[in-house]
Every structure is written in structure tokens, then in C-alpha cells.
Write a protein that binds this ligand. Sequence first.
Ligand SMILES: *[C@@H]1O[C@H](CO)[C@@H](O)[C@H](O)[C@H]1NC(C)=O
Length: 463
Amino acid sequence: MKSVFTFLVLLLVAVVQAVSSTGSRLLVILNDVDEKNDYSKFFGDLTKRGFEITYETPKSESLSLIHLGERTYDHVLVLPTKVKALGPNLTPNILVDFMNAHGNILVALSSETTISSSITALLAELDIAVPAERTGLVVDHFNYDAASASEKHDVLLLAPPAPLRPGVQTYFTPAETISELIAFPRGVGHTLGQGPLLNPVLRAPSTAYSYDPKEQADGVDPQDLFAVGAQLGLVSTMQSRNSARFAIVGSAEMLTDKWFDAKVKKIGDKEVATWNREFAKRVSGWTFQEIGVLRVNSIEHRLNEAGATETNPKGYRIKNDVTYTISLSEYSWNKWTPYLVPDGDELQLEFTMLSPFHRLNLSRAKITGQACTYSVAFKLPDQHGIFNFMVNYKRPFLTNIEEKNTVPVRHMAHNEWVRPFDIPAAWPWIGGIGATVVGFVAFSALFLYSKPTDLKGETKKKQ
Ligand SMILES: *[C@@H]1O[C@H](CO)[C@@H](O)[C@H](O)[C@H]1NC(C)=O
């Protein structure tokens, strides 16, 4: 009976832990707590995935993201609010501190409310620009929903995003081509800076543009356009160096129940369902560290010689043969799985002292239930000093990996050099020494044992 009980408790623990790799406390900021009913499916999906959601308005007094230097929440979702600034508990500084403490933030905007100044300041901090008036509307006169926006063309219909480039994880791309479309109703666009930490997920089609419906109602001067076409980001992500994640969704409305279930229709096409629910799941899952999270399980380097059993020895000698192994796992929704480097990408090891002496591709060695090991064998350079085994793997949408193991590499001890007898090129010289020695001994022997000639007799003869 007891063991059954223990088993049940363990099972429960396992189920409860089936959630993000960094924690389950999610704070949702919205204008009015009752508004959460509009997003009941989105929040229902998050709850089912194990998040404990707290709903707050920016006005709430008790709201605090960081208490005594510790995060009080693991993730924050900011929905559009009507307030001008988010108040003293959610200043841009606090939000940045929250990210520095490995907290994740998802921000959703709407063209119907002015973006609060705290959010614009945070976006500016991350090098994401929104229209200067803090409001805007993305329209497209070619890719709109004919069923609901035949007049205003402000509900964009977009195919699910394609991967950023070959060799990049495809978290936001469906496994096979689907007919569903993403509806992007009444959203605000943004533009991304040049930083390598920013990655777009969904961009506007080439015919879309953003304008201010209040100021530019009668017509838009091309000079005053905020951004057009693919320049205009609709959903984008940013991952900081500490792997805290940030995502911006231009249209909060696309997360509502209405658009999860809606049927949409491009002009001239037939009616299709929306892909919003799955897309929202993937974007929130990525932001809240449920997918694309990498973990280094272990690192091992060893001498590659018969009889060498020590792993991670304190040091090596120049020109040693060495094997380096690293084991990686990837978190996928609720479990750790082996991380497989995608085709067209390489996991590389650098052997560096200031600059790399070697940059080698690691190859897949072994796949077990939760981890995949990568390894490479190589010869250390003919240079002594303090070296590092470095794996620096930073890819879009994946946790940054930067692993450094320092080892000293010593020079040859005087008795470790190869003996000259083992070097064929030295044999003539060794032979020369031998010949000289033999010649000297033979000459000495000859000299010592040969009888001197009789000098007396000769002198006599001469006389
Ligand atoms: C590593 O892989 C890349 C791409 O596959 C290749 O171009 C490169 O030559 C490889 N490097 C080494 C040292 O084999």
C-alpha cells in the first residue's frame, strides 16, 4: 500500500513538473482582470501546460517582480493596458532587472490602445522600435481577411513563417505545409535593430504598411511611413546573453478565443481555419523556456593513449592526442531529449590561447534517452601555455552555450624526446661516430702492437 502511495506521489510530482524548464510562476498584466475571459483558451492552454497564472493590473499595489533580490515570478505576460505608464512597480528598469535575473517577458500590443511608455522604453532598450506616436495600424490591401475586414483591410492573413535560414531550428514552422493561416488583427508593427540577439518570427508581407489611423486618416505621405513590407516585424524575439527571453507580439487580439476559432478567407480563396492557437502555443512556449532550451550535461576530455584512464586531467603535454566529449540535452515541452544539431549547422570545439589554434567540428558520438554526446579527437598544437577547450554555440532561438575548460599544456621533458636511434635520418651520423671510434681503436691497436723497425742496423749501414 505504502509503495503504491509513494508511486502516486512521485507520479503527481512528475506531472506537476511537466512545465517550463525554468519555473511555472506566470504573471499576466492586463487592463482589467475580467479581460482574461477573452483569452480563456490561451490561458487554459498555459494552465494545462503547468503554469500557475496570477492576474494583475498595473495599478495593483502588491505587484512586485523582484523581492529581496529574488524573482517573485518566472515569466511575465504584458497585455495591452490603457494606462500611460505601467507605474512604479513595472518601470523599464525593473523589467530589465527581471530579465537579468533570468525572467522571461512576452509583450503583446494592440493598435486600439496607445503603447504604454514603460513598454516603449523597454523596447528601445532592446533595440526594437515602434512608431513614434506609440500607436499604429498594420494594413495590407492584398492579404486581408475578406470575411471580417473587407473595408479596413486591417486583419492580415499570413502563411505560417518559414525558417529564418537553413540550419536553424524550426520552432515556429509547421512540420508539413498546411492550409491554415495566421490571422493578425489590428496589430502594431515594429522594426528590429541590427543586434544579433534579435530574431524575427513573423514579418509583414511585402504589400503591408503601417500608418497612424488618427493622424493619417485621409492618406499617407510615403515620407511619413513608419515601415513597409518585410521591414515591418509583427512577431519578434530577443534572447539576451544570459538566455532570458523576450518576445513581442504586435497583435494581442490574435491570442483571443475569437481568433483561435475563427474562419478566415483571403479574397478569391476558400475559407480556412486559423493557425493562431498553435502559433500562440509555440511563441509562448519558446518565450517561457519550454522549447529551444539547451543543457550541457557533462564535458569530458582525456588523453587518447593506451593505458590513460584519467578523465579531465590537470594538464597535457604538447602534441598529446586528446579526445573531447560534450553531452547536450534539449528541453522539449515537458522533457529532456537528446539535442541533435540540425543539418547545415555544426557544433564546434575551439582549442584556444587568446586565439584558436584549432577549430574542429564535433561529431555525433552516442545518443541515449535524454542526451546526445558529441566528440572529436585531435593532436594538441606544438605550443605550450594555458589553453582552453571552448564550445561557443549561439544560435537563433536556442539557449546560448559558452563552455570553457582551462588546461595547462607543458613542453617536453628532456627525457621525453625521441632517442636518435629511433630516427633513421640520424643513422649516417651515428654510423660516422661508430666508424671514428672503430677506426681510432684499430689504429691505436695497430700502432701499439706493430714492431718498430731496427733503427740501429740502418745507422750502422750508413756509417
Ligand atoms: C566543419 O564543417 C564545415 C561545414 O560542414 C566545413 O566547411 C568545414 O570544413 C569543417 N571543418 C573541419 C575542420 O573539418
